[in-house]
Design a protein around this ligand. Structure first.
Ligand SMILES: NC(=O)c1ccc[n+]([C@@H]2O[C@H](COP(=O)([O-])OP(=O)(O)OC[C@H]3O[C@@H](n4cnc5c(N)ncnc54)[C@H](O)[C@@H]3O)[C@@H](O)[C@H]2O)c1
Length: 261
C-alpha cells in the first residue's frame, strides 16, 4: 500500500523538469497520472519511462477550447480527479519592464495565470461534484513572494497565482478541496538553465541567485513537497505558500569567513 494507490492525478507541464519528476513520484507511489503538456515528444518519453500508469494528454493549458480540457477528459476516462498539480509555466524574455514587449507579457500571463485559472476552475468543478473533494497545488516561485529585476512579467504572474490560490482555497474549503502553492527556488531544469547566472558575483546581485545551500534543487526535491501537500498527511494544509528554496527567501547570502563559498 502506497500513498497514492487508486488516486488519479493530473500534472500540467508533465513532460519536463519539475512536472516530470512529480509524475515519477506519483506513479512510483501508486497513482494514475494524466500528464498534460504542449511538448508531445516529451510526454512520449515520460510514458516510455513510467509505463501505462502515465497517460499523455497533449494540450495547451492556456487554451479554453474543449479539446484542451484535460480535466473533463480525465473525469470521462477515470470517473474522478483526486489531485491536480498545476505546474506548466514559462519564463518569458529578460528585459526591463519599460522595454518589455507587450506580446511577451501576454504570453507569460497566458500560460502562468490564465492557464492556472483554467486548471483550477476546471478541477474545482470536478472535485465539487465528488463527495471526496480533492487537492490542487500550484507551482509559483520564489519570484511569487519577492520581486527581482529583468523578469517583470514572470514576477507578476507568479504573484498573481498566490492570490488565485488563496481565493480558491476559501471557495474550495467547504467542499473538502485543498489548494496550496509551492515556491521553488532555482531548480535544475530548462527554466533554470535559461535564467542561471553565469558566475557567483552575478548570482549575488540578481534575483535569481543561488540560495543559502549554495546549490540548485533537484526537481525531485520539489516533487517531494508536492507529494506531501497532495497526501492525507497534509489534511489541514490549505490556502498557504510553501517555499522549497534552499533558504533563498531567508535573506541575502552571508560570506562566512570559514566557508569555502
Ligand atoms: N526551474 C526553476 O528554477 C523554477 C523555479 C521556480 C519556479 N519554477 C516553475 O516551475 C514550473 C515548472 O518549470 P520547470 O523548471 O520544470 O520548466 P520546464 O521548462 O523544464 O518544464 C515546463 C513544462 O511546461 C510545458 N509547458 C509550457 N507551456 C505550456 C502550455 N501552454 N501548456 C502545457 N504545457 C506547457 C513545457 O512544454 C515543459 O514541458 C514552472 O511554472 C516554473 O515557472 C521553476
Amino acid at each position: 500500500m502506497t500513498r497514492f494507490d487508486h488516486r488519479v492525478a493530473i500534472i500540467t507541464g508533465a513532460g519536463n523538469g519539475i512536472g516530470r519528476a512529480t509524475a515519477r513520484m506519483f506513479v512510483t507511489e501508486g497513482a494514475t497520472v494524466v500528464g498534460v503538456d504542449t511538448d508531445e515528444a516529451a510526454l512520449g518519453a515520460v510514458r516510455a519511462e513510467l509505463g501505462p500508469a502515465f497517460e499523455s494528454f497533449p494540450a495547451d493549458v492556456a487554451d479554453d477550447a474543449p479539446e484542451h480540457d484535460y480535466v473533463s477528459a480525465c473525469v470521462a476516462r477515470h470517473g474522478r480527479i483526486d489531485v491536480a498539480f498545476l505546474n506548466a509555466g514559462i519564463l518569458g524574455p529578460s528585459a526591463p519592464m519599460d522595454d518589455y514587449p507587450l506580446a511577451a507579457f501576454d504570453a507569460v500571463m497566458g500560460v502562468n495565470v490564465r492557464g492556472v485559472w483554467l486548471g483550477t476552475t476546471r478541477a474545482m468543478r470536478a472535485m465539487r461534484a465528488q463527495s471526496t473533494g480533492g487537492v490542487i497545488t500550484i507551482t509559483s516561485s520564489t519570484g511569487g513572494l519577492r520581486g527581482s529585476g529583468g523578469m517583470g512579467a514572470y514576477i507578476t504572474s507568479k504573484h498573481a497565482v498566490v492570490g488565485l490560490m488563496k481565493a480558491a482555497a476559501i471557495e474550495g474549503g467547504p467542499f473538502g478541496i485543498r489548494v496550496n502553492a509551492v515556491h521553488p527556488g532555482p531548480t535544475d531544469t530548462a527554466v533554470w538553465t535559461s535564467a542561471a547566472p553565469s558566475k557567483r558575483e552575478e548570482s549575488d546581485s540578481t534575483g535569481v541567485g543561488l540560495p543559502q545551500l549554495y546549490r540548485v534543487a533537484d526537481p525531485a526535491e520539489i516533487a517531494a513537497v508536492v507529494g506531501f501537500l497532495s497526501s492525507d498527511e497534509a489534511a489541514f494544509c490549505t490556502g498557504a505558500s510553501y517555499p522549497v528554496d534552499g533558504g533563498l527567501l531567508a535573506g541575502p547570502p552571508y560570506r562566512h569567513p570559514r566557508s569555502a563559498h
